[in-house]
Design a protein around this ligand. Structure first.
Ligand code: FHN
Length: 481
């Protein structure tokens, strides 16, 4: 076989082998092929904007658009899917959906109140849907008529939100769906020459809208892409790569996750070689890693809904609705594994944030007021995980925290420290003056005795202080077996 055809065959084999298991997952075995549009960096970004991103801990997601008007119902029928997908349901005529914008007039919308609520909850950044898959733009885009400017509301919603969240000191990230059901050139697959021709128009439109967004809202810290799984888009490695570069030039330090551009072989999130494409892994939607190994050493965010799978406003939440404690646990778990936790809010068609979300935001905020030290700026501590909860460590100060979710009946919280570390002190974060009783039970193993004065209904944080100790021999013996 000629060398060139063998190389082609090998490349084709690798591309098929990798894309079989790696459309959105890290290839199991590390391989090394030359890519034009693979990862452009190995390892984490270390610049200031990315450090700020890493230290946020808690973010807010907002899904808002015309889908909030039907709120998961059409003509008395209940739509069981995610409310923002109602247009794809056979129970609702597309035409009816596409005319909903004529009713979009959210009289109760108050950007400042939203931003204040997010700030009180403890969110350090917000991700706002500029347009979801339906293509409706919450900003007055000059590239389509399907925008808020042509609704009865008329005013620029993104502009108001950017201003309000900026004023609240919350960094703004713009959500942008590549899928756009409203654009005539949009295709999920390209089956003919005509498709390709029309898709070229769609690509220009996508680029124009993104450039427009960053021009109109230059304080934007990053773009949160979605809907990039279509086959048509996974064939646009060169275009998406060039566009990403253009956008990054517009705002130095701009942060873009792994849901934007595919590699040369159409792989998403991780390229053919298993390297992360983008600044952080965006694959943890409504799920979380369990161990630090699951994160592959990458930055990551977890975006989470309050009910099982509702992002946009659905008037009837069915099934399990997460509690404040569950959400706090996810937040702390994310920080303990070097990730950010982003909680979703889906305001209604009038611009009200629903009462359940308001209550959760207030309760998370109350908890954060007392305990945020264990979250902001904190990440993974390489101590053996224990059943009571999660360790975190402040990346700058080195301060260590234990957030306790399960108190053992004995009240004895086990702590295993590595190497020469010695535990000197443990104290309640909300009462640092009073030390907790420490008992050394083996070398590198302690109990912190915790006796609550009264029953606690929220997780609590213990701060621990350590030194590097000289290990004396002879005191402890390993068991002879
Ligand atoms: O289809 C969307 C969904 O509606 C929602 O926007 C989420 C948020 O991460 N993203 C997509 C599903 O992955």
């Amino acid at each position: 076989m000629k060398r060139t055809s063998f190389t082609c065959l090998l490349a084709a084999f690798l591309s098929v082998a990798v894309s079989l298991n790696a459309q959105s997952q890290k290839p199991e075995k590390r391989i090394s092929v030359k890519l034009e549009h693979g990862a452009h960096r190995l390892g984490k970004r270390t610049d200031k904007p990315m450090q700020a991103w890493r230290n946020y801990g808690l973010g807010q997601f907002i899904h808002w658009g015309v889908y909030a008007i039907p709120g998961g119902h059409w003509e008395g029928q209940y739509y069981p899917g995610a409310a923002e997908w109602i247009r794809s349901w056979k129970g609702m005529p597309k035409d009816a959906y596409d005319n909903l914008y004529k009713q979009f007039n959210p009289k109760k919308f108050n950007a400042k109140a939203w931003a204040k609520q997010a700030g009180d909850m403890g969110a350090k950044y917000v991700i706002i849907t500029t347009k979801h898959h339906d293509g409706f733009c919450l900003w007055p885009s000059k590239y389509t008529d399907y925008t808020v400017a042509n609704s009865p509301y008329k005013k620029d919603i993104i502009g108001q939100l950017v201003e309000a969240y900026d004023a609240e000191g919350i960094d703004v990230y713009l959500y942008f769906s590549i899928i756009d059901w409203n654009h005539p050139g949009y295709r999920s697959t390209l089956k003919s020459e005509q498709d390709r021709k029309e898709y070229e128009e769609f690509k220009k439109f996508t680029r124009n809208q993104l450039v427009e967004l960053l021009t109109l809202y230059p304080s934007t810290k990053g773009l949160w892409f979605d809907g990039s799984w279509d086959k048509a888009w996974t064939e646009q490695a060169e275009f998406a790569d060039a566009l990403g570069k253009e956008l990054r030039e517009m705002i130095p330090g701009l942060i873009i996750g792994s849901r934007f551009r595919p590699d040369d072989n159409g792989n998403r999130h991780f390229d053919t070689n298993g390297d992360l494409i983008g600044d952080y892994e965006q694959g943890w939607e409504r799920k979380m890693p369990n161990t630090i190994e699951d994160t592959n050493g990458n930055d990551w965010d977890c975006v989470m809904t309050v009910p099982e799978n509702q992002w946009g406003y659905h008037s009837d939440w069915k099934g399990h609705v997460k509690t404040t404690n569950e959400l706090i646990e996810m937040l702390v778990k994310a920080a303990s594994l070097d990730g950010n936790f982003v909680l979703n809010f889906g305001p209604d068609g009038q611009g009200n944030i629903r009462s359940e979300e308001t209550r959760l935001a207030a309760e998370i905020g109350e908890w954060m007021k007392e305990n945020n030290e264990a979250v902001y700026g904190c990440g993974y501590l390489d101590w053996e995980k224990q059943d009571w909860g999660y360790y975190t460590v402040n990346r700058e100060t080195g301060k260590k925290y234990m957030t306790v979710f399960n108190i053992p009946v004995s009240g004895a919280l086990r702590v295993k420290v590595p190497g020469k570390t010695k535990l000197n002190k443990a104290y309640l974060l909300n009462d640092p003056g009073a030390s907790l009783e420490l008992e050394e039970i083996h070398r590198n193993e302690y109990f912190i005795h915790y006796k609550p004065a009264s029953a606690t209904d929220r997780p609590f944080v213990i701060g621990v202080e350590t030194t590097d100790a000289k290990i004396e021999d002879g005191h402890y013996q390993k068991a002879k077996t």
